[in-house]
Design a protein around this ligand. Structure first.
Ligand SMILES: *[C@@H]1O[C@H](CO)[C@@H](O)[C@H](O)[C@H]1NC(C)=O
Ligand SMILES: *[C@@H]1O[C@H](CO)[C@@H](O)[C@H](O)[C@H]1NC(C)=O
Length: 352
């Protein structure tokens, strides 16, 4: 009897906590694109709430685009829908929510000595995620494209050198009736004053908790040498968060390095109708660019992509590119399955 009463009280507390999220979201005026007012516009009187609001970045929302619509888009529209710029603004966590497989694409570049928290709390997350903490119902891959740093996830510290990655699981804790309460506190830190870390983030919805794990090119699940210098596409792919290595609910992630003198990635192209993908290009000189190809095979379009920018690649779109020099890119996917061989090759003769 006492136990039943205790469970009822716990459940009531859980529900009250959950209900508070949509209610507070509905009570706020509805901003158009940015979910959070700019810090300068915050007028909250309670100091804790004001501090949280000032520190919290907005989450930019990108809606899905039908392939037929892409045909009539201008360059500016293509960039607005598919290109994610300004990932690594010093001292900020930048987040873009894509309705393609509900991926969240982000960057965190902490100033040395000033840890940056992953945004949490209903002020930031209520509308986009509907959960009190970022990872309550999500998993996340983190790849460090900058100098040495650390990621602290619920008190566990992962030292992350340049080019290393970690998988951070969904936060469900041991209490099944109140799992959304599982506080997943994630912080990003730079440890090399001369070279700040640049943590690239890719998060997918997740419904089960897997083990946190760190991985790098030296112990990648698979390393694949592909292409050739003659075809200007000699490159090495490292499978980091993939089946048979690090388990996840939906997320797969890896990194590809082009050899000097090689510029092409993923040509011949392919599609994977059951997964969306994001490329984050890095390792480019300031004036170097990648001409990234997207669109249906018969109606390709291009984006001119600079260093440390990401491209959203819906399931109907090819994703390929040629650089003005060699580069690296992090590839990551969310979707119906994690089966890397589940791709449809696109014949060169089909490309337009
Ligand atoms: C890979 O190596 C790093 C050390 O460089 C280690 O911390 C990590 O646990 C290893 N990961 C796997 C999956 O073996
Ligand atoms: C590519 O060339 C640059 C400059 O010539 C050099 O610094 C770099 O180490 C080379 N990278 C590889 C992977 O050989």
């Amino acid at each position: 009897m006492a136990r039943r009463a205790l469970v009822a009280v716990a459940l009531a507390v859980c529900l009250a906590g959950a209900a508070a999220v949509p209610m507070s979201a509905a009570a706020r005026p509805r901003p158009s694109k940015q979910l959070q007012r700019p810090a300068a516009a915050a007028t909250t009187t309670t100091t804790a709430a004001a501090a949280a609001a000032a520190a919290a970045p907005g989450i930019e929302v990108r809606h899905s685009v039908h392939p037929e619509s892409v045909v009539g888009l201008t360059q500016a529209d293509l960039r607005r829908h598919f290109l994610v710029e300004n990932l690594f603004t010093p001292g900020r966590v930048s987040l873009t929510y894509s309705h393609d497989d509900r991926m969240i694409i982000g960057g965190a570049s902490p100033a040395p000595g000033s840890p940056l928290p992953l945004p949490s709390g209903p002020e930031v997350l209520a509308k986009a995620i509907g959960q009190p903490s970022f990872l309550a119902q999500r998993e996340m891959g983190v790849f460090n494209a900058g100098g040495a740093g650390r990621v602290v996830a619920d008190g566990e510290t992962f030292a992350l050198d340049a080019q290393e990655a970690i998988y951070i699981p969904q936060a469900s804790g041991p209490a099944p009736i109140c799992h959304h309460r599982g506080t997943k506190d994630v912080r990003f830190e730079s440890t090399d004053a001369a070279h700040p870390a640049k943590f690239y983030l890719l998060s997918c919805p997740a419904h089960a908790r897997h083990a946190a794990a760190k991985i790098n090119a030296r112990n990648a699940t698979k390393a694949v040498s592909a292409g050739s210098a003659a075809a200007s596409n000699a490159r090495t792919l490292y499978h980091l968060i993939v089946p048979g290595g690090i388990e996840s609910d939906q997320l797969t992630l890896g990194v590809t390095h082009l050899a000097n003198g090689s510029v092409w990635n993923t040509m011949p192209a392919h599609l994977h109708d059951r997964r969306s993908e994001v490329y984050m290009y890095y390792g480019l000189a300031p004036d170097a660019r990648v001409i990234h190809l997207l669109g249906e095979p018969s109606e390709t379009r291009h984006l001119v992509v600079a260093n440390e920018q990401a491209v959203i690649e819906p399931s109907w779109s090819i994703h390929s590119g040629a650089g003005t020099s060699a580069y690296s890119f992090v590839w990551g996917m969310c979707g119906e399955n994690r089966a890397l061989p589940d791709v449809e090759p696109v014949a060169m003769a089909a490309l337009r």
